[in-house]
Design a protein around this ligand. Structure first.
Ligand SMILES: Cc1ncc(COP(=O)(O)O)c(C=O)c1O
Length: 389
């Protein structure tokens, strides 16, 4: 289909939207500018600053003039360190040539979808899902097929995937721990998804952005299962684990032919992650296990505080097993989650994200992020109580 005028965008962007989350963030900024204290539970950014050691590694890299073009897939010592991490921690049977650096997890996912999807392909997506996933899929001129997570977990994932798959299904997006639900899929669930992918010859795009944030159960990488590395692109980010959201660095691990596709996409989109940032990432990887254990304890404290407060206020909410969001049923405030979010913001100056922005299966819910300070969580709970919500 040709464009009809110079003022028209490429048609493949027609179905691609801007995230509603940005609109809510803007409303919060406007309220704060008008002098209101807004309790911010709408975000998805770690509460802590990037650790000093990582910042120092960046300045050391600058002093040592690591400021030139690097190989577009990433500098060799970082790819080597990531390979060791992926082999030991994630049990993914990869080698250095299977690892590529990206500008955050979002760019790894963009590249993954672009490199395997053709126009007309379908992708199975457990829903509610992280909002940009729909846009990343439609931007590749493919279609998301939403599989309701709650009922799928009741009937078994394999059966649910069978029900929703079409003849055009090419891939499964598999996010664990999940944003927004906090669901952590078990090893047995990964095995079901893997069995389905092998049976139908599908590709799995595994998003493990929150791998370090699991409170109940254990993180399990689907690409570690027999026969799965061959058909999986797994994506990661430094954003959540290390408080590095603004640095824009992540990575993907995949075999051929996907790696060739990923290399082309990274080359022609960014031509590699900034070189000094990669040196900083090496320092992040070298942080001791205790760093993650301490952060996890901090998050657990916030999760327990928020969950107890929400239940006390009359919300219904399963304890989130991972990530840093509570996905609470808000039907006692309003069944329409956009209206419920508006009521919360107007009457208790508390910002949460309407569940419907994460897919129809999220309607009737609000996403509360607890990656913030204890004061923000306590302030929000107190304000909701006072507003009698
Ligand atoms: C499920 C999920 N995947 C990937 C990302 C990507 O994060 P980034 O692009 O900051 O690395 C996010 C960030 O919110 C996320 O929630």
């Amino acid at each position: 289909m040709a464009n009809s005028s110079s003022t028209q965008l490429a048609h493949r962007l027609d179905e691609v939207g801007f995230s509603d989350i940005v609109q809510i963030r803007n409303k919060v900024l406007a309220l704060r500018k008008a002098g209101h204290a807004v309790w911010g539970l709408h975000g998805g950014e770690p509460f802590f600053d990037t650790p000093q050691l990582i910042k120092l590694a960046m300045t050391d890299a600058l002093a040592a003039n690591h400021t030139r073009y690097a190989p577009s897939s990433g500098v060799e010592p970082l790819r080597a360190a990531l390979t060791t991490k992926l082999q030991q921690r994630n049990k993914i049977p990869c080698q250095e040539e299977h690892v590529i650096l990206t500008a955050g997890g979002a760019h790894a996912l963009y590249s993954a979808f672009q490199c395997v999807l053709d126009p007309g392909d379908d992708v199975l997506v457990f829903s509610p899902y992280w909002t940009p996933i729909r846009d990343l899929i439609t931007g590749a001129q493919a279609r998301p097929l939403l599989v309701p997570t709650t009922s799928a977990r009741r009937t078994g994932l394999l059966k649910a995937l069978e029900n929703y798959a079409t003849e055009n299904t090419r891939a499964i997006y598999y996010n664990t721990p999940q944003n927004p639900s906090g669901v952590v899929f078990s090893r047995a669930e990964a095995e079901e998804v893997a069995a389905f992918a092998r049976e139908r010859d599908l590709i799995v795009i595994a998003d493990e952005a929150y791998e370090d944030l699991v409170y109940d159960g254990e993180h399990f990488s689907i690409a570690s299962l027999p026969g799965m590395f061959e058909r999986t692109i797994t994506t990661y980010t430094f954003s959540k684990s290390f408080g590095m959201t603004g640095w824009r660095i992540g990575y993907a691990v995949a075999p051929e032919p996907y790696m060739t596709g990923l290399r082309k996409l990274v080359l022609y989109s960014i031509n590699g992650v900034s070189t000094p940032t990669q040196y900083a990432a090496m320092a992040a990887l070298a942080l001791p296990h205790q760093f993650h254990a301490d952060r996890l304890a901090d998050y657990r404290k916030r999760r327990d505080l928020l969950l107890a407060g929400l239940l006390d206020l009359g919300f219904k909410c399963d304890p989130p097993a991972g990530a840093f969001y509570a996905f609470a049923d808000c039907s006692h405030i309003h069944k329409d989650s956009r209206k419920a979010a508006e009521i919360l913001l107007d009457q208790a100056y508390t910002a949460a994200i309407p569940g419907v922005v994460f897919g129809a299966q999220g309607e009737g819910h609000l996403r509360f992020g607890y990656a913030t300070t204890i004061e923000q969580i306590e302030g929000a709970l107190d304000a909701m109580k006072k507003a009698k919500l």
